[in-house]
Design a binder for this molecule. Structure first.
Ligand code: EPZ
Length: 424
């Protein structure tokens, strides 16, 4: 089991090149199940979750060649329809193969994804929408057995809650369905928008892209002729590195980003007193005379993203005053608080709201444990201003969503040592 050791008092400087978005790449890779041709995809992030999905697609029959951040993948030869528990349990976003497999093959067997640290994360909205499209859904031995004898049929679907992967699953299912579907209350995250654009470029008639209502004319199960594409930048990775600049009150630039995807994050940095400089594809955070407290309520895009909540909480420990963070999307996304408190942070929880007092004396370096992807990054951020060395266990969480973490930190002058416990 690896762990990382981070020395205190490290201030970053320079630029961080941001990778392609994991949460865009996952649905886009799943969408290759709908393709009749080989597709070249650029800016693919080299993270564990992507490699897990590629393994699943290969088991289903897809073939691919990968050269660093570029991949050529052919989903047309897929001939299996079972996503087994041993893969799905390692990455719940594997559920994204459900919609495309069902729409192409009229049946599939996908393991129910387990819950995870941040919540039970049900998939009821995915399943009820597929039933509206004519699917028969049965849950047996922990698997979703989905069938639709003559193919999915277009329908009007209202999502009772906004769900990102639920929207993506159903958009892909509708793309090959017979007839037209209207989807209402669809997620508008940039990652959902890129999936719609790639499907539209592949010939699917989609109206309302970027809004919460989509009208999708299915291809009547004809496979799609995909065009090559480049994955959009990872707005959460970019926000995470900007938090590194914020907590150390240093100037730091993230490059190869789309600032227009990060308005709510940028505004929260400005609320805390930081200067922000933008170009078309870079964001620079500048030091502030006084780190002001912040009030955050996480909500769906374009509101403040839940995936940035833990990172801002680490920064808020340094604010001159009391900050309040209300986590509205997941019922258990405060696992990082216990770890931050072990470092001396003064944080209290009342239901979905965390109150962060100014930690007058500095955080102390100690042994802490990563519990989920974004919680682990908040511990890395906090360790940079601790008064002594911090050790972070279970860093496999970090590797799921942050590409080449040590290298990127090294390039901005921050030394993160990855070590192994002696197993003898
Ligand atoms: C996506 O997860 C992201 N993952 C998450 O990022 C992100 O935190 C989340 O969206 C919210 O933005 C990927 O895109 C791969 P949801 P997803 O369905 O789709 C409830 C990261 O750190 N819900 O939008 O699983 C659910 O419990 C990850 O990169 C149902 O009740 O999230 C939650 O409360 C973590 N029934 C809310 O909706 C359903 O069928 C939003 O969940 C589906 C969801």
């Amino acid at each position: 089991m690896d762990y990382i050791e981070i020395e205190p008092n490290q201030k970053p400087n320079g630029k961080v090149r941001i990778s392609g978005a994991k949460n865009a790449a996952l649905p886009l890779l799943a969408s290759t199940i709908l393709s009749k041709n080989s597709i070249a995809i650029k800016n693919l992030p080299d993270v564990v979750d992507i490699n897990t999905l590629l393994k699943l697609l290969q088991i289903l029959g897809a073939s691919y060649t990968k050269e660093k951040h570029c991949i050529k993948i052919d989903g047309s030869k897929i001939n299996k329809t079972t996503a087994t528990y041993d893969i799905v349990k390692t990455m719940r976003a594997s559920i994204l193969v459900l919609g495309p497999l069902l729409s192409r093959f009229n049946h599939c067997e996908v393991s129910l994804p387990g819950g995870c640290a941040i919540g039970t994360r049900p998939v009821d909205l995915h399943l009820s929408a597929l039933e509206k499209l004519g699917a028969k859904i049965e849950i047996k031995d922990g698997y979703i057995l989905a069938t639709c004898k003559d193919g999915l049929k277009g329908a009007n679907i209202v999502f009772d809650k906004i769900t990102v992967t639920g929207s993506e699953n159903i958009i892909m299912a509708c793309a090959l369905a017979h007839g037209s579907s209207t989807l209402i209350n669809v997620a508008k995250e940039p990652e959902v928008v890129q999936l719609c654009k790639v499907l539209s470029d592949a010939g699917v008639d989609i109206k309302g892209i970027g809004t919460d209502t989509l009208v999708i004319k299915g291809s009547n199960q004809k496979l799609l002729d995909f065009k090559d594409f480049t994955i959009i930048p990872d707005r959460i990775e970019a926000g995470t590195y900007l938090c590194v600049g914020a907590i150390t009150n240093s100037a730091l630039t993230v490059t190869h980003v789309k600032p227009e995807h990060m308005i709510s994050i940028i505004e929260k940095f400005e609320e805390m007193g930081y200067g922000i400089e933008l170009t078309d594809d870079t964001i620079t955070i500048l030091p502030t005379k006084e780190i002001k407290p912040v009030h955050i309520v996480t909500t769906e895009y374009p509101g403040f993203p839940t995936d940035m909540q833990a990172q801002f909480m680490a920064v808020a420990t340094q604010a001159n005053g009391t900050s309040v963070i209300d986590e509205r999307l997941f019922e258990n996304r405060f696992m990082h608080i216990a770890e931050l408190k072990r470092m001396g942070a003064k944080i209290s929880i009342n239901g979905t709201t965390a109150t962060i007092e100014n930690s007058s004396d500095r955080l102390t370096g100690t042994k802490v444990m990563a519990t989920d992807l974004r919680a682990s990054s908040s511990l890395v951020i906090a360790s940079l201003i601790a008064d002594s060395t911090t050790t972070i266990d279970r860093i496999y969480h970090l590797d799921r969503g942050y590409e080449h973490l040590e290298n990127k930190f090294k390039n901005i002058g921050i030394d993160i040592k990855r070590k192994k416990y002696d197993t003898k």
